[in-house]
Write a protein that binds this ligand. Sequence first.
Ligand code: 1OR
Length: 285
Amino acid sequence: SVSAECVDPVAISRLAPPRVIPKTDEAKSQVEAVLEKAMLLKNLEPSQKKSIVDAVEEMTFQKDAVIIEQGEKDAQYFYMLSKGACQAIVNGVQVVTYAPGGTFGELALMYNAPRAATVKACEDCVCFALDRSTFQNIVIASNKQRIQDTEKFLAEVPLLQSLTSGERAQLADAIQPSYFKPGDVIIKEGDVGNVFYLLEKGEVRASHNDTSIKTYVHGDYFGELALLGDGGLRKATCIALGDVKVGAVEKDAFKRLLGPMEEILLRNAEHYEAVVAQLDKSQKS
Ligand code: 1OR
């Protein structure tokens, strides 16, 4: 979760002018490649990504170098690994290994806390280090904004009316925004399903054996069937009719946060299965 409460982005932006560290086009595209992979960064606006590309500083570390030391105060940087591998160690125990695209060092900056782990280079590494104020200004502020926007949207979803606002906040934190263009296939019949979708903007058409079954609009959900019970294959294809924005929930988060709603989902699904069965029957005859 990146919904830290301790940062006032407005106050910070008044203090810090945008940081620009000159770099080659090659270095810029290396940063961009990491930005596309990193969970925490890939959903940022293009202009925010550009500010990060400008602000980061390339740092190289030799094998066994300590990049972050557990307990260290006044943390200054958030790191994105571009080349090599490193590992996080907590109280002498190795807990995570990072490959290129991996990021670390966010906790101390988010919570103004001492470093929670040591991070060490397992081989020669190239990192892009983002300074504290740019990180707080862009990454924390935008994740907070994203969560607020998502909570507002979730409050409008009929299915979720029975959730408490705390449960909605947890869901907002677990949802990843995802965008589709007209004609994009969001779900393909027969695929293994691992994601549940809430439709925030645009319309989506569900079809079975090339016959359209239903059009989803703002506040509707789809993709639940393959995740219910023991899971299974996608029973319909869902295609974006226009520019579409969905909130995507991974299977684990779906089970954890929407498990209590399984009964409502199954009841709604019975109706749907009846429509599909009817279709199959009429197509056979
Ligand atoms: P930081 O700013 O505290 C150390 O600097 C970084 O190591 C930390 O941010 C995280 O990015 C990263 N607990 C704490 N920090 C971790 C952990 C971790 N894993 C990676 N870091 N774990 C809990 C171990 C009891 C492991 C979680 C899988």
